[in-house]
Design a protein around this ligand. Sequence first.
Ligand SMILES: [Fe+2]
Ligand SMILES: [Fe+2]
Length: 377
Amino acid sequence: MGDPVRKARILVIDHDPAVRALITTRLLLAGHECVEVENAGEAEARLKSQSFSLVLSALHLPDRSGLDLLKEVQQRSPHVPFVICTSEGDVQTAVESMKLGAADYLLKPVQLDLMVGSVEKALQSEQSKIELEGYQSNLEETVERRTRQLHTAIRRIEYTYDETLAALGGALELRDIETQGHSRRVTHYCLEMARAIHCSHEDLRAIARGSFLHDLGKIGIPDAILLKPDSLTPEETILMHTHVRIGYELVCRIAFLTPAAQIVLTHHERWDGTGYPQGLRGKEIPVGARIFAIADALDAITSDRPYRAAASIEAARDEVERESGHQFDPELVQVFLQIPEAFWRKIRREATERPQLALAGLAEAFGKPESFLEYLH
Ligand SMILES: [Fe+2]
Ligand SMILES: [Fe+2]
């Protein structure tokens, strides 16, 4: 911007050969190249076959008005500035031409130095406009490219986080022998119910992450309590209950896991308000956590415990039905009961027998092309 005006090719249009000669001679002296024609028809023909940096035209042409020509040039070559030359009496029309987009107007008889100044100003302003447009489009491209890079980086970070979280979940399972495969199974169970009530893709993702990580806070519970074979004392129970807050604190620090963090915090709330840590009631409990409560019960009842053997899925269904409106959301209980028993059995078998497929098993379990990892991402 602000560079000296480069040598320009100018189309000069005037019916008077003497005026044309004066103008072109002066422009040639200023270092520009000129093509002169006497009417609009010739001008159009030249404009079609050659390229020009500027058009300098009389307002009155033998065949058409200079304003018509201006409109046409504007349409055909919006980057070619158009300067009008007019006589004193036509100032109003000249002003009109400026409104239509002419770069400038000159009064006849043309003062040649003024004309050169006006032509060069118009050329410079056009040059600046083109440079600015180039700069803007470059800027847009840069912004677009950077945005793409940023998205890729975020996806990579999320992937790394999820791998880390999957590893954490796995480490937790190793430590807490009783719950081997538990996180994986409840995640599958939850997703099936969430699909049945047509949760959005985002909700499914939050539910998958939240249910998989629900007991992450147990990492902060001492082994003596976590692995204690006998029942816990009231003090130990209070300490054990802190796992929901510990897990929440761990998970909510990662922005993209915030929706999942809610499930971690509320996964022990009960429909009747007697759960912990906040004693939320009914629909105050996030839907993901209400789904989770049923999935967790199903898994707990159908898993072996040191003090009792695993019960059947049928027994779990009876228990969930009994707790409808107490521990569980009655509407979700109905959703759960409508899913065939064989289905839960299949998920359980796959999640337990083929742990190596745990994270990718969802595709098979649900007959859908998505993998479990897709929900984690
Ligand atoms: Fe828990
Ligand atoms: Fe659990």
